[in-house]
Design a protein around this ligand. Sequence first.
Ligand code: HEM
Length: 263
Amino acid sequence: MMPSTIETYFNKIERTRVWRSIFRSGTGNSTLRNALAIQQNVFLHLFPTKIRKRMLDLGATWYLGTLTLGTFIVLVVTGILLMLYYHPSVPQAYTDVKDLRFVVSSGLFLRNLHRWSAHTMVFLAFAHLFRVFYRGAYRAPREFNWVVGVLLLLITLLLSYTGYLLPWDQLAFWAITVGTNISSAIPFIGAKIRFLLLGGNLVNANALLRFYVLHCAILPISAVLFLAVHMWRVRKDGGLYVRASEPSAGSTHQHASEELKKQ
Ligand code: HEM
């Protein structure tokens, strides 16, 4: 069959020196070449080089982890765009959010996309947790990834909570007042946690700045770091969980060395 124009075009690009200096090995018909293409890419190497077809079935994961990751990416992109219009200061925060609604073109869409993606991410992370639990995918050797998952869920909830204060309206102010008062009920260290969260004893400019830094820097960076560990662990734990009755995937290294021996 004749290759299509687009295919020829891509083949040409793949042969250029610039392309080959970045992507050392292209994909091909052999398992070894495909495995190398994944192993040698900084982003792709987080994922397994070889998986069983069964792992891609909708019923295996309901794609819930992947969908949670998808909403996180939407949140990062829309969040960065929102940062271009928002100042975390008491005189400006509320009017900035109002301007987003009434002045900035597509501002309302941007804000709502961020908001709805946040709600969806919380829902999907819980759904993913229940899927992992009911399928028994938390058992050895995946216990550590379960713990990383719990941390990710905690970060997701904290991201949602810290974002709540940023519009600086009545709902935000009282939600954070109530929330931080709840945290002060923790025995012995409660008052200290509240003080640390608010940067003082009141929900004021210090609290707004702290929640902004937590929401836009500390928590998203932590989420990215833990997500990298989470994805890498899936690979190290032998790919996604499939029942014992299903055929074993074997290790990629083993498979690759077998192919090398054949050559
Ligand atoms: C920010 C939230 C999270 C994201 C973005 C995320 C992402 C993912 C992805 C993409 C996968 C592989 C595909 C899939 O299973 O759908 C996965 C697998 C896994 N996740 Fe998560 N996850 C999150 C939270 C959690 C939570 C809350 C738990 C449990 C407490 C958890 C435990 C696991 C485990 C044990 C696996 C391996 C499952 C298997 O082998 O079948 N994750 N995660």
